[in-house]
Ligand binder design. Sequence first.
Ligand code: EPZ
Length: 416
Amino acid sequence: MDKIIIEGGRRLCGEVQISGAKNAALPIMCSALLTEGWNTYHNIPDLVDIRTIKKLLGSFGVAIEGEGPIRVNAANLTRCEASYDLVKTMRASILVLGPLVARMGMARVSLPGGCAIGARPVNLHIKALQDMGAEVELKEGYVEARAKRLKGANIYFDLSTVTGTENIMMAACLAEGTTVLGNAAKEPEVVNLADVLNGMGAKISGAGTDVITIKGVDRLSPVEATVIPDRIEAGTFMIAAGMTGGDVILKGCNPQHLEALINKLKDAGMDMLFVEEGLRAVGSGKIRSVDVKTLPYPGFATDLQAQMMALMAMGNGLSVITETVFENRFMHVSELMRMGADIVVQGHRAIVKGIPKLRGAPVMATDLRASASLILAALAAEGRTELSRVYHIDRGYQGIEKKLSALGADIQRVRA
Ligand code: EPZ
């Protein structure tokens, strides 16, 4: 298995191009299931998760061409089953459920099962489809949903769910009548998907607020669309600048999507400057400890919690980090502690006592954002860090070691 080796202590300076958002690209590619004909998507990142969704769509008979832009055509669907083998490697595969039922009248999708960051059930996706008249059965680990034609409904999500909102928004586009989603997720990726669907002829209003209204239409047409920049990748590089006392310009990022992080990093002593190319993140070399609580958007993103914890590990005092979105997203703590971090976990809270210097160590990634946090810690640490299980990072960061080396990091991948 590949390893990433980092010699820490280099100041990161220069420009980095932010790639397309993984979590927008995945639902957008699934939205092609709702129509016949060639859709064209720009700014799809080159990631393992994108390869997985291509494989999954391909298994239904979807034709996919090109690398950038990517063209997707779901005219000839031959199968409506998402197998356990693929779904277990990527939970976002559940995003095919809504579109398949809406377009084909049935879908059979493996239940994703638990994962490293929490139980992550899909009960809200299922309940919403039932509210729209689908008959849903759970059989042999699969969700089987059937509906001749879904019917518009008033749906209220008990929890703000990103892929739940996306799944049902897609399904509702081809339903009979109007669907209203209450307590809908407001993430920029949901808005990007709604814009793409409207470009296909859907009638969606309210995306980006917590009430989304979708008037069903009889058919949708193919579209040419662009994926938004990845706010989590941008945020990770911003924190890298903070940890190394660096000066990094994030080209092409959308600062409006990063308000919660920008404000926290300013409180932590960084300068954040809006520049023509995007955003410039400047670290002062001194990190002030701040408290952080993750929340659905526009709150502080859970996908940046692990990276922020790496920064706080080098803060000047105590920081309390509260995770409210997932119940088990502190797997990076024990690995950060192997690098000298002083962290105590109490339920949903981590109390981080900053230390002046982390030390390099052999560490192991447990999930995508945990890997990012360990890479950040290693960049700032004294000495050498060897990160194993790097396949996690390849799921969500395009060419991370190339981008970091271009900024001056001493980082290399050792192929096994
Ligand atoms: C999306 O996951 C993202 N994935 C995650 O990105 C991100 O961490 C998460 O949203 C929160 O922002 C994609 O967009 C592909 P949720 P999702 O449904 O949609 C509970 C990354 O690193 N819940 O918004 O699966 C759930 O357990 C990742 O890129 C239910 O109880 O998350 C969680 O506690 C990983 N029942 C909370 O809601 C349901 O039916 C929010 O989860 C659905 C969710």
